[in-house]
Design a protein around this ligand. Structure first.
Ligand SMILES: Nc1ncnc2c1ncn2[C@@H]1O[C@H](COP(=O)(O)OP(=O)(O)OP(=O)(O)O)[C@@H](O)[C@H]1O
Ligand SMILES: [Mg+2]
Length: 325
C-alpha cells in the first residue's frame, strides 16, 4: 500500500474581486492530479510560483477540503477519516511562525508535546533525540529569540516529529534560508529518511529536488506535467542542446520571435546581476546559434558570450513548464 494515494484531486478557490470585494471569481488551483508516494519514499512536488503545491499539501494535511477527487493517507480517506490522518502525519509550512520566542528550543518542544498528548516519560526520551536529529543538541537550552532562521526551521521539523508521525509534509522547507542554512536543512531531511519516514516535499528549486528526492512530480498551473526519477527527467531532454547567450535588455517581442525559429524548442530569459542570459533549447544544437544571434543583432542588442552546452535537470524543468519560469 502506498503511504499517499491521490486520484483526480481538484481545488477551486473563490477569490473576491472588484473594489468592494463583492464579485467572486473562481480560481482553479489544483486541476485533477494523480500520484502515489510509497512508504519510506522522499517524493518531490516541484513547480513554479502559483503552481498549486501549497494547495495540494494543505489538502493532504486535511487543512483544506478538496473540491473534487479522492486521496488516502496511510489508507485513510482524506475527508471521512481526517482525524486518523491528522494523528499520523506531521507538517511544516515554509516561513511558518508559531514558535514561542521567549522559551528555549527544548521548552518549545515540551509545549507542543503536551499539546499533542505525548506522555511526559516519552517526552524526556524523544525531545533530546529530536534535537539531535535536527542538529540542535547543543543549542536546545537557548531561547529561540537568538536562533537563526535556519535553526527555527529545523526546530519546526522537530516539532512536526514529536508524535512520531509516519508521513511528513514539508512545504518549501528551505525558503528564505541562506545557502549554508539550506544545505544543513537538506542534510536533516536526508537523515529523516533513514528514520524511514515517508516525506512529501515541495520546492521550486530544481537542484533541491534533484539532490533529495527519489521521484519528482513537476506541477504547473495545477496539473502534473511529468513524474519520474531525477535521472528519468534528465532523459526527457537528452535530444536537446542548450544555447546560452549573454545579452542586455531583451524585449519580449524578440523572445517571441526566437520561439518561432526553426529547431527552437523553448526559450527563457534569466536575469543574472546586470546581465541577462537567453536560454534557447534546440534540437538542432549549434545550428540554431546563428539565427538567434542574427535576430538579437538585428534588433540592435548587444550580444556577449555564446555557449552551447548539454542539458541539465533544470532544462528538463524549463521544457516541461514551457519556458515560462
Ligand atoms: N486562499 C486563496 N484564495 C484564492 N486563490 C488562492 C488562494 N490560495 C491560493 N490561491 C491561488 O491558487 C493557485 C495555487 O496557489 P498555491 O499557493 O497552491 O501555489 P504554490 O505552488 O504553492 O506557489 P508558491 O511557489 O508561490 O508557494 C494560485 O493561483 C493562487 O493564487
Ligand atoms: Mg506554496
Amino acid at each position: 500500500m502506498n503511504a499517499i494515494e491521490v486520484h483526480g484531486l481538484r481545488r477551486v478557490y473563490r477569490a473576491r474581486t472588484g473594489v468592494l470585494g463583492r464579485k467572486v471569481k473562481q480560481v482553479l488551483a489544483v486541476d485533477g492530479i494523480d500520484f502515489g508516494v510509497a512508504q519510506g519514499e522522499l517524493f518531490g512536488l516541484l513547480g513554479p510560483n502559483g503552481a498549486g503545491k501549497t494547495t495540494t499539501v494543505k489538502m493532504l494535511t486535511t487543512l483544506l477540503t478538496p473540491t473534487e477527487g479522492q486521496a488516502h493517507v496511510l489508507g485513510w480517506d482524506l475527508v471521512r477519516e481526517a482525524d486518523q490522518i491528522r494523528s499520523h502525519i506531521g507538517f511544516v509550512f515554509g516561513g511558518e511562525r508559531g514558535l514561542y520566542w521567549r522559551l528555549s528550543g527544548y521548552d518549545n518542544l515540551v509545549y507542543f508535546a503536551n499539546l499533542y498528548h505525548v506522555p511526559p516519560q516519552m517526552q524526556k526520551q524523544r525531545i533530546p533525540q529530536l534535537l539531535e536529529l535536527v542538529g540542535l543538541e547543543d543549542r536546545g537550552d537557548e531561547k529561540i529569540q537568538g536562533y537563526s532562521r535556519g535553526m527555527k526551521q529545523r526546530l519546526h521539523i522537530a516539532r512536526a516529529l514529536l508524535h512520531d508521525p509516519e508521513v511528513l509534509f514539508l512545504d518549501e522547507p528551505t525558503m528564505g534560508l541562506d545557502p549554508v542554512g539550506a544545505r544543513e536543512l537538506r542534510n536533516t531531511i536526508r537523515d529523516l529518511q533513514s528514520e524511514r519516514k515517508t516525506i512529501l516535499l515541495t520546492t521550486h528549486y530544481m537542484f533541491e529536488a534533484d539532490a533529495l528526492c527519489q521521484r519528482i512530480a513537476v506541477i504547473n498551473r495545477g496539473k502534473i506535467v511529468a513524474m519520474d526519477t531525477p535521472a528519468g527527467l534528465k532523459r526527457h531532454v537528452q535530444d536537446l542542446s542548450v544555447v546560452e547567450i549573454e545579452t542586455f535588455g531583451i524585449p519580449p517581442e524578440a523572445v517571441e520571435h526566437i520561439r518561432t525559429l526553426k529547431g527552437v524548442d523553448t526559450v527563457s530569459v534569466e536575469n543574472r546581476d546586470q546581465k541577462q542570459a537567453l536560454l534557447v533549447h534546440s534540437g538542432d544544437g549549434a545550428a540554431s546559434v546563428a539565427p538567434v544571434v542574427n535576430t538579437l543583432e538585428g534588433l540592435g542588442l548587444r550580444v556577449g558570450s555564446v555557449v552551447v552546452r548539454e542539458p541539465t535537470l533544470e532544462d528538463a524543468y524549463v521544457r516541461l513548464v514551457g519556458g515560462e519560469t
